[in-house]
Design a protein. Structure first.
Length: 128
């Protein structure tokens, strides 16, 4: 899969699958500096991953500041042929000042053995 550079950052496309719903996201930040994968609350609601009274809120911090998130397990995240099932993801507002649907973090990248080839501006799984 090709990497697209937007505002100096690497973006890719992924599919989220949960409870029979499939959503294709085109603005997903490929982020080796993020421990976990995070999706926006709007997308989570569309997938049936809204907050529950028993969900615990966590404060996460990054270069751009901090925000509160809750954690859910998503049925599948798919990047071409690389698929991770039942991955715990963070869900938050993601108001970072630019167009972004999700951050694909190290929990996904490690699970699929993602190889990032900057010279070719592509990513692929060790299983491909």
């Amino acid at each position: 899969m090709n990497i697209t550079i937007k505002d100096g950052l690497p973006f890719i496309e992924v599919e989220l699958i949960h409870e029979g719903k499939i959503i294709k996201l085109e603005n997903v930040l490929l982020d080796t500096g993020s421990a976990s994968t995070i999706i926006s609350t709007d997308i989570a609601l569309d997938l049936g991953l809204g907050p529950s009274p028993e969900d615990e809120l966590f404060r996460i911090r990054g270069v751009g500041g901090s925000e509160y998130v809750y954690e859910k397990s998503i049925e599948k995240i798919k990047l071409e042929t690389a698929v991770v099932s039942n991955l715990k993801i963070d869900i938050g507002a993601m108001n970072y000042g630019f167009d972004i649907d999700a951050i694909l973090g190290m929990n996904f990248l490690v699970s699929v053995g993602l190889i990032i080839d900057i010279s070719k501006m592509t990513v692929y799984s060790v299983n491909e």
